[in-house]
Design a protein. Structure first.
Ligand code: AIR
Length: 179
């Protein structure tokens, strides 16, 4: 069951009425439903369900197959470039807001000291799929990124696909979504 928005009154909760002599009235189911409906009106029904992130524009060719796979499956997604090291605040904010924006899975690809998937997982409880990427300046052909993504500490999991396996990340995202 999804958590109740703490900003909304619970059924039966007493809310103050206008006017001094009137007693407080308990909130009815109908009133709660109206408030919940109003809150949901703000949520974009066309919101993306998968976020595809990458640490640099230079990762785009390697990450494109993930977007293609989701497109073929008609799964709404968005693509963002953000670096865990160069734009740490942007990454933290994106991850913190992701669930509220309707995202259900995050795919994050990066090369070298590939912190992006792990940092995203540190700021959200959505499932995060990491894609280790080879990079021209890697001294280890992508093994550096593979270890950085796979070796997460207990309690902060990142699912890790193979090096440059962006398409597999999308297939896994689809399976997590049950599609
Ligand atoms: N990277 C960017 N910020 C942190 C990391 N680990 C990675 C990118 C890219 C590589 O560094 O994901 O694979 C090289 O980035 P650039 O921008 O120099 O081409």
């Amino acid at each position: 069951m999804s958590e109740r928005d703490p900003a909304l009154p619970a059924v039966g909760e007493r809310i103050p009425t206008v006017g001094e002599d009137e007693p407080d009235l308990p909130v009815t189911h109908a009133e709660v439903e109206t408030e919940v409906e109003a809150a949901f009106e703000d949520i974009d029904v066309d919101a993306p369900r998968v976020g595809i992130l990458m640490g640099s524009k230079s990762d785009m060719p390697a990450m494109e197959p993930a977007g293609r796979e989701l497109e073929e499956r008609d799964i709404r997604h968005e693509v963002r470039v953000m670096s865990a090291h160069r734009d740490p605040d942007v990454v933290a904010e994106y991850a913190r807001n992701a669930k509220m924006r309707g995202l259900r899975v995050i795919i994050a690809g990066a090369g070298l000291a590939a912190a992006l998937p792990g940092v995203v997982a540190a700021h959200t409880d959505l499932p995060v799929i990491g894609v280790p990427l080879t990079s021209g300046s890697s001294v280890a052909g992508g093994l550096d990124a593979l270890l950085a993504i796979a070796q997460m500490p207990p309690g902060v999991p990142v699912a890790c696909v193979g090096v440059n396996a962006a398409r597999n990340a999308a297939v896994l995202a689809a399976r997590i979504l049950g599609e």
